[in-house]
Design a protein around this ligand. Sequence first.
Ligand SMILES: NC(=O)c1ccc[n+]([C@@H]2O[C@H](COP(=O)([O-])OP(=O)(O)OC[C@H]3O[C@@H](n4cnc5c(N)ncnc54)[C@H](OP(=O)(O)O)[C@@H]3O)[C@@H](O)[C@H]2O)c1
Length: 233
Amino acid sequence: MSRPARESVILVTGATGDAGRAACRALAAAGHQVVAVGRSGAAPAELTGDRVQFRACDLTDVEAVGDLGLAVRGEFGLIDGLVHLVGGWRGGRTFEANTDDDWDVLSSSLIQTLRHVTLEVHDDLLASDAGRAVIVSSTAVTNPTAGNANYATAKAAAETWMLALADSFRRNQSGRSQEPLPQTAAAVILAVKAIGDKPGFTTADALAGKIVEVFAGSADELNGSRIDLTAGL
Ligand SMILES: NC(=O)c1ccc[n+]([C@@H]2O[C@H](COP(=O)([O-])OP(=O)(O)OC[C@H]3O[C@@H](n4cnc5c(N)ncnc54)[C@H](OP(=O)(O)O)[C@@H]3O)[C@@H](O)[C@H]2O)c1
């Protein structure tokens, strides 16, 4: 069962990348209020407007993430959604090329930022009547290559974290009543090979369209799902 789209307050982290800008545009066009988050600096022109507000926050800094949550709640009263698009890639040609330095960078950008921001918004998403948390993962998780081990492992950890978040949504919502209740919050993993215009890649606009669909879809069906966007490409 799908529900009509309604205006949600959605935090888009990693908003200044290609995928982030496309997601902000598409979510705002669908009528949502977007809070676009970049690591630092001033708002790019594209990320300001009636339905898009820009905020800078280094998501590796847990206190800064707490301040971000307070500021968004202070302005909009609630947070319905998180689209976490913080990225980064490090790798090499061989298994031995997976260095500690690269692991530190990837675990910080791909895992730590996700941990911080989902822990911050968990209760908000549960309180919303349509809470959603979305990440974009990689087909490298299921088909890792030797030189990409650090990256694939960090993305696998991010996926596992999202499945634990989905379990929390399920447990919290089924715990409210003896009767089974419809789920309202969903944690969703979208998987791509890469973002771009080449064959087999997913365009930023197609990805953004899928993200908008997640906000209109059924939480019961979506929670804990991993949707492979390479199918049919
Ligand atoms: N690109 C691909 O081919 C591909 C493939 C598979 C999966 N994905 C996933 O898809 C998502 C979007 O990809 P993308 O290529 O658009 O990502 P990207 O360009 O690598 O994204 C970088 C974004 O993350 C932000 N960021 C990085 N570190 C941050 C931090 N500590 N705190 C806050 N923001 C931080 C950057 O902000 P600043 O610019 O301000 O530093 C920028 O907005 C990512 O999760 C990525 O892992 C991408």
